[in-house]
Design a protein. Structure first.
Length: 392
């Protein structure tokens, strides 16, 4: 069982890209969450930019496979960075006006560009051979740097410029993405050449969506994001507004969850090599079940903390299992269609879960909300027990 991947120039650049490009979403979430109520025309629209980032990622994911297949990985990532920078620049300009709707458009465009950044894990796995699982794990782990760096960028640039609050944050992010684009210009060409035939690409996209193997591989990723997004989005509302925990307690709980989302990747590659995709999926379901049980029966501070830590660990392992399953099931020319379709479905369902979570917590309450993912987990459990993946 191999723990460390081969750190060649290609993988090193991609890991740096994961850490820097991954800052986009945390920066927008923080800036939008704190400035939304003050620049939005109504309080009901204050969360629109955050939702549009997620919607942009979902819609952009539907384009990624086709663009990557046509342009190749390197040019595809450069295009994605350009689109992201365009959105960040528009959002920064909007804050100087201020113009809420222009800012929302910038958030959406940045989300579309970020969909290309989400393909870094598949780009890294292209040339990994038998190291696909451990490479996925390390790329996922570098998301921790993005999760920690993003809030720091937002806070450091908050009052850096007189043009408006958080304008400096977005401009710092813009220069970071520009530096990353220069670095990506030196990304070595993938070993596996992309397919450039439009007819073949479209046919393979349809074939992939009709393939039961694809849905079996995509289900872990969908389940991981739906479960995590539903509970993570609702937890701060439940803790602060319903149980009156302090801002500090709520923030520490969410911060612990973010660390738990990425830190397990330190040994995720070793774990998936030891257990395999199927057993890691079953292990993840058990962790999610423990998370739901703690969240349902305990409303103490420690209960919320443990629920979110278990939620982060379960998300990490299940998303790793799903990404590895997609990479191993589709490693030929059809991989672009499979990876694009996978991310469209995964981030599309995440967008739905994100929009639904806030409404559900007030409509049906916390105890009912934590049970919403149970049917999806049972479907995943059934399919995992029923069929053993071929690589096992």
């Amino acid at each position: 069982m191999q723990y460390l991947p081969t750190f060649d120039r290609r993988l090193t650049i991609l890991l740096i890209g994961q850490a820097i490009a991954g800052c986009t979403v945390p920066v927008f979430f923080i800036v939008s969450g704190l400035l939304g109520p003050s620049i939005a025309p109504t309080l009901e629209l204050s969360t629109l930019p955050v939702s549009l980032v997620v919607v942009g990622i979902a819609l952009g994911s539907s384009l990624v496979g086709r663009v990557m297949a046509t342009l190749g990985r390197k040019r595809g990532h450069l295009l994605g960075l350009f689109v992201t920078m365009l959105g960040v620049a528009a959002a920064a300009w909007a804050l100087t006006l201020p113009d809420f709707y222009l800012y929302s458009v910038g958030a959406f465009v940045s989300g579309v560009g970020h969909a290309f950044n989400n393909q870094i894990r598949f780009t890294a796995a292209d040339s990994a051979g038998p190291q696909k699982a451990v490479v996925h794990s390390w790329v996922l782990m570098f998301g921790l740097f993005a999760a920690l760096l993003g809030p720091s960028v937002a806070e450091f640039g908050r009052q850096a410029l007189p043009g408006g609050e958080y304008v400096g944050s977005l401009l710092i992010l813009l220069f970071m993405l520009l530096a990353l684009a220069v670095l990506f210009a030196f990304l070595p060409t993938p070993v596996v050449e992309p397919v450039r035939t439009t007819t073949t690409r479209n046919t393979r996209t349809r074939d992939v969506l009709c393939d039961r193997k694809f849905w079996q591989a995509a289900l872990p990723g969908v389940t991981s994001f739906v479960t995590m997004t539903l509970l993570m989005t609702a937890t701060p509302l439940e803790m602060h507004h319903h149980h009156h925990f302090s801002h500090g307690d709520t923030t520490n709980t969410v911060s612990s969850h973010i660390v738990a989302m990425y830190l397990p990747s330190l040994f995720g590659g070793l774990l998936i090599a030891w257990l395999g995709i199927r057993r890691l999926t079953l292990f993840s379901i058990a962790i999610f079940a423990a998370c739901i049980a703690v969240g349902y029966f305990s409303s103490s501070l420690h209960g919320f903390w443990w629920a979110l830590v278990l939620l982060g660990i379960g998300w990490n392992f299940l998303f790793l299992a799903g990404s590895t399953a997609i990479s191993q099931s589709y490693s030929g020319p059809e991989r672009f269609a499979a990876q694009g379709a996978n991310d469209t479905i995964v981030y599309g369902t995440q967008a739905i879960a994100s929009l639904a979570s806030g409404w559900l917590i007030f409509a049906i309450g916390w105890k009912a909300l934590v049970l919403v993912p149970v049917p999806l987990l049972l479907v995943l459990l059934f399919t995992s027990l029923r069929e053993r993946p071929t690589e096992m």
